[in-house]
Design a protein around this ligand. Structure first.
Ligand code: NAD
Ligand code: UDP
Ligand code: UDP
Length: 318
């Protein structure tokens, strides 16, 4: 039987109660789709999806993606996985299981349903990169046995699984390599640098700079990132990625700390702490592929994106 609303899809978002997942769900609902959010609430929270209570096109299911999932959907975004180093190192075996078993289950689901599936991969597949900026054809420099490996290697293995399901079962896949993204609904205690610095600045606590603060990251505002994910999902079947999604604006952590202090008018001082093991020294996406294939590039510079992010944490703390 033809569907009643041809353009309306039923979309599964795993990890939908997390930071990126909850923004993606807002976008999909705004576009008129139905959304099934699957999350085990390990790092995500119902607060991120509270505002959807009573929305008839939204459904929440508490479930761990390392276990099989039998549902009926038209499209899958696989985002389930803790993303901050503090969280993913809390239970590293579970982190690898989430990436690997989670990918197998969601790919098995997509295979049964013959539906398109997008994987939220990461710039961490490049490890501590010897090539700068990072292009998609760079194979990376990853320690397989360090404290970050559960996340990096889990995500690399998930990419392998996606490409093998594509080659072996002709599955319709998309793979996004997401670079550091920030914005409202980040977890205030997840240890990531943007949330740490803002919370510290707003509470006039010392700003904890790891190492000498000269290591760099490139920060993408969440709305830009979500737009990139949706464009990738809706791109022609011939384009599967992997494709970098991130903002090429590159900043040292010292520069970030100073900008946060300036925007919050904080009395916090900067203190130096040891650099964590295997901390990448530099990171910047080459986004030529996303520009060419998706017509996508980020619009929000760091100085602008920090404003709503700071406002979010200010409200949370008050
Ligand atoms: P997040 O921690 O806020 O969200 C992850 C969500 O996945 C949480 O709601 C968590 O409860 C859920 N989850 C974890 N394990 C699960 C499991 N086994 N079963 C079901 N749900 C589970 O992190 P985020 O920043 O929103 O990241 C979302 C995705 O994007 C992750 O896959 C992450 O690796 C990827 N990513 C994020 C960034 C970034 O900068 N935010 C960068 C690169 C990649
Ligand atoms: N799976 C699932 N939902 C489905 C279909 C499959 O969770 O609707 C899981 C199931 O646990 C299976 C995995 O996906 O083990 C991989 O499925 P696939 O069909 O590729 O392999 P197989 O069933 O042969 O192991
Ligand atoms: N960092 C820092 N102070 C903090 C938290 C992080 O200087 O309080 C540094 C961290 O060492 C890394 C960078 O900021 O060099 C980004 O860290 P994050 O955990 O946000 O992301 P990732 O390392 O995964 O890119």
């Amino acid at each position: 039987m033809p569907r009643l609303y041809e353009s309306r899809k039923r979309v599964l978002v795993t990890g939908g109660a997390g930071f990126l997942g909850s923004h993606l769900i807002d976008r999909l609902l705004a576009d008129g789709h139905e959304v099934l959010c699957v999350d085990n609430l390990f790092t995500g929270t119902k607060r991120n999806i509270d505002h959807l209570h009573g929305q008839p096109r939204f459904e929440f299911m508490r479930h761990d993606v390392t276990l099989p999932l039998y549902v009926e959907v038209d499209e899958i975004y696989n985002l389930a996985c803790p993303a901050s180093p503090v969280h993913y190192q809390h239970d590293p075996v579970q982190t690898t299981k989430t990436s690997v078993h989670g990918a197998i289950n969601m790919l098995g689901l997509a295979k049964r349903l013959k539906c398109r599936i997008l994987q939220a991969s990461t710039s961490e597949v490049y490890g501590d990169p010897a090539v700068h900026p990072q292009r998609e054809d760079y194979w990376g420099n990853v320690n397989p046995i360090g404290p970050r490996s559960c996340y990096d290697e889990g995500k690399r293995c998930a990419e392998t699984l996606f490409f093998d399901y594509n080659r072996q079962h002709q599955l319709d896949i998309k793979v996004a390599r997401i670079f550091n993204t920030y914005g409202p609904r980040m977890h205030r205690a997840d240890g990531r640098v943007v949330s740490n610095f803002i919370v510290q600045a707003l509470t006039n606590e010392p700003i904890t700079l790891y190492g000498d603060g000269r290591q760099t990251r490139s920060f993408c505002y969440v709305d830009d990132l979500i737009d990139g994910l949706v464009r990738l999902m809706n791109s022609p079947a011939g384009f599967i990625g992997p494709v970098n999604l991130g903002n090429p604006g590159e900043f040292s952590m010292l520069e970030l700390a100073r900008e946060v202090v300036r925007q919050t008018d904080s009395a916090s001082e900067i203190v130096y702490r040891p650099l964590p093991a295997d901390d990448p020294k530099q990171r910047q996406p080459d986004i030529a592929l996303a520009q060419a294939k998706l017509g996508w590039q980020p619009e929000v510079p760091l100085s602008e994106g920090l404003k709503p992010t700071i406002a979010y944490f200010r409200a949370l703390i008050d």
